[in-house]
Design a protein around this ligand. Sequence first.
Ligand code: CAA
Length: 258
Amino acid sequence: MAYKFFEVENDNHVRIIQINRPDALNALNAELLSELAALIIECQRDKSVRAVVLTGTEKVFAAGADIKDMHDKGFVDIVESDFFRPAIEAIENLEKPLIAAVSGYALGGGCELAMMCDFIICSESAQFGQPEINLGVMAGIGGTQRLTKFVGKSKSMEMHLTGRFMNAEEAERSGLVSRIVPTSELRQEVVEVAGKIAEKSSLSVRYIKESVNRSYETGLSEGLRFERKSFHSLFGTDDKEEGMTAFIEKRKPHFRNQ
Ligand code: CAA
């Protein structure tokens, strides 16, 4: 299926979703977000997809929500349209790993979209920011919550209150991104990382994702209990048998996701 704002490609079991709205620096309008929701739902449904990469162009991941679209909206319009919701829900419901490959600007809703992914790998040119304050508003799809969890209160507060951008080095130092790679190698590198994850047992992948995410939502003892139950339940799978047998037989495991 052809999409207006996205290029979609498959690399074995990895689906690569590239935001492609260059004239508006990949700004997120309602139509784009609705396409993104459909794409993510399809990734969840399609059994051949085991990991997903979300990326933009070399210049921009996404420069935020579409300011021109929001310009004429008042309180009631924004509440009633809530045009981010379907994409947010689709991402929240995705049980497969979603990796953001960020080059250039990831601002406002763009930064928030990257932070909704399971982890971020960025290029040397990446710039992260929550500049909504300059528009007389504030972050609205997770920025004040997720950025604070990633980089701590002080830095998050400063970024939200001043609108300043954070470069790739600062983002890595602060724990916002897992690592930085050269701009020309970003896409290939992230697809390779996703490919490695796609080779693992999809049951382990799913449970690990759920368990790590749980650490953001619960206290330690509840999180540990959740992790222990997930760990124990993986002992009921053929993939556990295969993984441990392969180790003992000094060969590569062949997981069948069973
Ligand atoms: N919405 C709509 N259009 C945008 C846009 C956005 N968020 N960001 C850039 N564009 C458009 C520009 O209007 C311009 O269009 P025209 O050529 O038709 O004038 C085109 O993209 C190129 O942009 P610039 O000329 O500004 O490019 P630049 O290289 O000089 O600057 C930039 C790049 C620093 C990213 C600058 O474009 C910018 O500051 N963009 C806005 C960033 C922002 O404020 N994002 C937050 C949006 S609100 C939000 O996201 C709310 C939320 O939490 C959900």
